[in-house]
Design a protein around this ligand. Structure first.
Ligand SMILES: *[C@@H]1O[C@H](CO)[C@@H](O)[C@H](O)[C@H]1NC(C)=O
Ligand SMILES: *[C@@H]1O[C@H](CO)[C@@H](O)[C@H](O)[C@H]1NC(C)=O
Ligand SMILES: *[C@@H]1O[C@H](CO)[C@@H](O)[C@H](O)[C@H]1NC(C)=O
Ligand SMILES: *[C@@H]1O[C@H](CO)[C@@H](O)[C@H](O)[C@H]1NC(C)=O
Ligand SMILES: *[C@@H]1O[C@H](CO)[C@@H](O)[C@H](O)[C@H]1NC(C)=O
Ligand SMILES: *[C@@H]1O[C@H](CO)[C@@H](O)[C@H](O)[C@H]1NC(C)=O
Ligand SMILES: *[C@@H]1O[C@H](CO)[C@@H](O)[C@H](O)[C@H]1NC(C)=O
Ligand SMILES: *[C@@H]1O[C@H](CO)[C@@H](O)[C@H](O)[C@H]1NC(C)=O
Length: 222
């Protein structure tokens, strides 16, 4: 008897909660995106052209410069596009909370520090364009969890370490740009197995890279 009473009470409390606060779920969702974007802004230390001045409380974040929200899922950010804005700073790990994000394009700025592992949570992400910045450290292993990824462009940064074997699991990858970094080691054969890959830029790492990339380009020609 008391067990049923507990179940009934729990159900009642839950119903009351939903009834009094119908927007509870969507509120939680859109608050997450807003918080994540504010954290993104907070990690920028220089914004010479005022690219982020519209990122203020008097404007809904879906109207902030460089932000595109979904039509199907209102208030969910699907694109961040801020190229050539002279932005200096790091990339906040909070971007990993923008769970509807499809593309992040920050090419030709001065982002430094690590590419956050948290981006591996973004399974809808199709494009990561971070070329011509100063990102350092290793390519995060968790990027291999971005299973929708079609384009990964990290050309002209300061990345070190090996080219990840794990990238070979990105079966939708069509373009991979890793040239002009300080990467070492060999190209994992798994990357040569990526059947959708048609653009590959790996030059400027070392002789071994060049040799394997020739094998790959031969493969792509055949
Ligand atoms: C969050 O969602 C609620 C309910 O859909 C809406 O009323 C509110 O304006 C939204 N807030 C933001 C900041 O998007
Ligand atoms: C907020 O951004 C809008 C759009 O760029 C701008 O017109 C407004 O002056 C800004 N407000 C503040 C307080 O910066
Ligand atoms: C890169 O950004 C700088 C501004 O920081 C700009 O002057 C330059 O033209 C940009 N380069 C390209 C190729 O867009
Ligand atoms: C978002 O991400 C940050 C850093 O990864 C984390 O600390 C925070 O708890 C996350 N969640 C929300 C709802 O902001
Ligand atoms: C890369 O950044 C440098 C320095 O900001 C700039 O001079 C150059 O034009 C950029 N190149 C490209 C291809 O964006
Ligand atoms: C990276 O991925 C692992 C699972 O492979 C997960 O346990 C971990 O939480 C992820 N790290 C971040 C920072 O999201
Ligand atoms: C690259 O990293 C080295 C240290 O590893 C640092 O001295 C150099 O300034 C960095 N270059 C850029 C463009 O960030
Ligand atoms: C590459 O593909 C071939 C044929 O499908 C397979 O036998 C081989 O194990 C794969 N190699 C790697 C490293 O995934």
């Amino acid at each position: 008897m008391s067990k049923w009473l507990t179940v009934l009470c729990t159900a009642l409390v839950w119903c009351c909660y939903l009834y009094s606060n119908p927007a509870a779920t969507s509120m939680a969702n859109n608050e997450t995106d807003r918080v994540a974007l504010l954290a993104f802004k907070a990690a920028i230390v220089e914004d010479p052209f005022g690219a982020l001045t519209s990122w203020n409380h008097s404007l809904h974040y879906c109207h902030w410069n460089g932000i595109l929200c979904s039509r199907r899922h209102p208030d969910r950010v699907i694109r961040i596009t801020l190229t050539s804005q002279g932005l200096v700073g790091s990339l906040s790990p909070h971007v990993g909370n923008l769970s509807f994000l499809k593309s992040i394009v920050l090419s030709n700025n001065s982002f430094h520090g690590l590419i956050p592992q948290e981006m591996g949570r973004l399974f809808r992400l199709q494009a990561i364009e971070l070329s011509n910045n100063s990102f350092g450290g290793a390519i995060p292993t968790n990027l291999s969890r971005c299973s929708s990824l079609e384009s990964l462009n990290l050309i002209n940064n300061n990345l070190t370490g090996n080219i990840l074997v794990e990238l070979g699991s990105l079966s939708k990858l069509r373009a991979l740009g890793l040239s002009k970094n300080k990467l070492s080691g060999t190209i994992p054969p798994a990357i040569g197995n990526l059947s959708s890959l048609t653009v590959l830029s790996l030059a400027y790492c070392n002789l071994m890279c060049l040799r394997v990339s020739k094998i790959l380009s031969d493969k792509l020609r055949s």
